[in-house]
Design a protein around this ligand. Structure first.
Ligand SMILES: Cc1cc2nc3c(=O)[nH]c(=O)nc-3n(C[C@H](O)[C@H](O)[C@H](O)COP(=O)(O)OP(=O)(O)OC[C@H]3O[C@@H](n4cnc5c(N)ncnc54)[C@H](O)[C@@H]3O)c2cc1C
Length: 433
């Protein structure tokens, strides 16, 4: 166990670094700060792994296999490396990590504001104030559901849910369900609700199609091996766009079955295009369904070619099953462009349309005109301020559990160097890793 230099914690006070959030990312940073003997505290509004305790639906399983769950100095050691953790397994994993590293976590401490002060920051909480030289924002990329404006226009008779408020089919009113968004969450929820016996319509926009297993191995194995998950933010052509790419259509089930639009169509889910608005009780969908599906099929074909090339370059042979190709996504006749919610007895709309971070308490001028945090691979545009866990933050894998390790190693080195700068504590802002 690595002991933090902070052995007895005062109610609040001065410390070199405040880490906000005790999810896996904040704890991984804590471990790296402790390795460097940097005095720090981790402030957590709930308990460790809070979002996995309170913000996930009941049946959720990771889409990343167990062998891939690793954090600095720690890895999955259970009996089922190819399985997929439930949310409570993830809580145990993160709790175990927190104990293993002896993280200086202050639970039930909500950060209410962060302001610049002198050469550092003042961090106000509901349990007193902290002064520090650096702050790490590890409060999560999925703080708030990103719900489209159309939700405002839903009739009062329709219940709007998000993946944060949906728990299981038993909470739903009678009637059909419109799921908006066909990435990992939307697909999994559409599948679960359909299996519960309700009618489901799925509004499909841009999406990433992946098979669960390719050539006998989990697709995550291939993405890892080929180096796709390690691609860096400063190597891609359009990082703004890359950061908007939705999560892949994957589900972690014991059968390791592929969950794609074809599988849902076979089970009776109706596909429509992207939701563009709601007017007079009618949901309107774009005519882009076929294009979005064709694009996802094309991207999948390109990915499989890249994987096959990598396999050929690495000896191919009996180690890998032969290359496979998958049926293109079926789009029935003319997908409907609008649906009268009352006439179709749609009682619930689930907006699985993504998330955005909640930095409403961060009162430092580090946001662009769209309200996005300005950062260079996690080094925020203010001295001594860092962020973790955002989409494609430093690497394609940055927002995943296994993505934290490389990021926190590099960012803690940068932070350490900044703290060592003589006479101030202003952390240099560029060139990490
Ligand atoms: C539905 C879903 C499925 C996912 N599936 C996978 C998967 O299969 N595999 C994978 O690797 N990743 C997955 N992820 C992505 C990622 O691993 C999780 O989002 C993970 O929870 C992010 O970890 P984090 O430490 O960055 O943030 P979080 O786990 O969200 O931790 C942030 C912590 O900060 C605390 N906090 C927030 N605001 C404050 C405040 N003001 N004051 C004090 N504390 C605060 C929160 O309570 C929380 O505990 C999934 C994410 C979602 C949403």
């Amino acid at each position: 166990m690595i002991r933090s230099p902070l052995r007895r914690y005062p109610p609040a006070g001065a410390v070199d670094v405040v880490v906000i959030g005790a999810g896996h990312a904040g704890l991984a940073m804590s471990r790296c700060l402790a390795e460097r003997s940097i005095d720090h505290v981790v402030l957590e509004r709930g308990e460790t792994a809070n979002s996995w305790r309170h913000e996930r639906w009941d049946s959720l399983r990771l889409l990343t296999p167990n062998w891939q769950s690793r954090l600095p100095g720690y890895a999955y050691r259970g009996a089922d490396p190819d399985g997929y953790m439930s949310a409570s397994d993830v809580v145990d994993f993160i709790d175990g990590y927190s104990r293993f590293i002896g993280a200086p976590v202050r639970t039930h401490t909500t950060v209410t504001s962060v302001v610049a002060e002198g050469c550092g920051y003042r961090v106000a909480t509901d349990r007193g104030e902290w002064r520090c030289r650096a702050v790490v924002l590890a409060s999560g990329a999925h703080g708030l559901p990103a719900v489209p404006a159309a939700a405002e226009a839903l009739p009062k008779s329709v219940t709007a849910l998000t993946p944060k408020t949906y728990r299981n089919p038993s909470q739903l009113d009678d009637g059909g369900v419109l799921v908006v968004g066909a990435s990992a969450s939307g697909l999994q929820l559409a599948d679960e609700v359909q299996r519960s016996g309700r009618r489901v319509i799925l509004a499909v926009g841009e999406h990433i199609r992946l098979p669960r297993v390719y050539r006998g191995l989990d697709i995550q194995w291939w993405l890892d091996a080929v180096g796709i998950l390690d691609e860096r933010y400063d190597e891609v052509d359009d990082i703004v766009r890359a950061r908007r790419v939705p999560s892949p259509q994957l589900a972690g089930t014991p059968e390791r079955a592929t969950l794609d639009l074809n599988a849902l169509t076979e089970r009776g889910v109706e596909l429509v295009g992207r939701l563009v608005g709601v007017t007079d009780g009618k949901a309107q969908f774009s005519g882009s369904l076929r294009n979005h599906c064709a694009m996802a099929d094309l991207k999948l074909a390109r990915l499989l070619e890249r994987i096959d090339q990598w396999a050929a370059d690495h000896g191919d042979g009996p180690a890998f099953a032969p290359p496979e190709r998958f049926a293109e996504t079926r789009v029935e006749g003319s997908p409907r462009l609008n649906i009268d919610l009352a006439r179709e007895r749609i009682s619930t709309v689930i907006f699985a349309t993504g998330f955005r971070p909640d930095f409403s308490w961060l009162h430092v001028p580090v946001f662009d005109h769209k309200g996005r945090l300005r950062h260079d691979g996690g080094v925020v545009a203010a001295p001594g301020l860092y962020v973790l866990g955002l989409n494609f933050m430093r690497r394609r894998k940055s927002s995943f559990i296994h993505g934290a390790e490389d990021d926190v190693r590099e960012l803690s080195a940068h932070l350490d160097a900044g703290l060592r700068v003589a006479g101030g504590g202003h952390v240099p802002r560029r060139a990490v890793g």
